[in-house]
Design a protein around this ligand. Structure first.
Ligand SMILES: [Zn+2]
Length: 179
């Protein structure tokens, strides 16, 4: 085959694999919850929705998680998944092994809070300039609104970029599907 057709064929192969993966992923039902066990008290806690999202994310650097029996937060290192018995810290290490330092940094809480904080300030300052000549009432309504919209837009962009990083690192955008 000529280099051009080889190139085309490898591109086609890539596309098929990508779309194939997405197609299969789209077909897999996302579990609603997962249970982890606290080593100290041996009691199970079920995580759902945002907490499940966060605990299933192998790039998450959240240091503590909730135990219902203790009615308190404990270090993530004291918890293991009930179905596999794997410690959550080992699970994070296993699925995030391919992540570069930059990717880890990008998904860290410092960057998230920093970027969202900067978005809020930018939105509020932008609002102050945009509505500089407006009446006080409009200012009171619109300045927090532009701040909020800015956080919302930047947050959505951050979520999408994080999903792309996760996809590259562990093969899944939806980490609740990981075992
Ligand atoms: Zn406990």
């Amino acid at each position: 085959m000529s280099p051009a057709s080889l190139d085309l064929s490898s591109k086609l192969n890539d596309w098929t694999r990508h779309f194939g993966a997405d197609f299969i992923m789209g077909d897999l039902p996302v579990p609603e919850s997962r249970i982890y066990v606290h080593e100290k008290c041996q009691a199970p806690t079920e995580v759902r929705e945002n907490s499940f999202d966060e605990m299933s994310n192998p790039l998450s650097d959240v240091p503590r998680t909730w135990c219902t029996a203790c009615n308190a937060f404990g270090p993530v290192s004291e918890f293991a998944w009930a179905d596999t018995g794997e410690k959550i810290t080992d699970y994070r290490a296993r699925h995030s092994a391919r992540a570069t330092a930059v990717e880890r940094f990008f998904c860290s809480r410092v960057v998230w809070f920093g970027v969202l904080g900067a978005a809020l300030v930018t939105g509020v300052v932008g609002g102050v300039f945009l509505f500089a000549t407006s009446g006080l009432l409009l200012k009171i309504i619109m300045v927090p609104f532009t701040g909020f919209m800015c956080v919302l837009l930047v947050g959505a962009a951050m979520i999408e970029s994080t999903k792309l990083v996760l996809w590259r690192v562990c093969g899944f955008k939806e980490t609740r599907l990981l075992k």
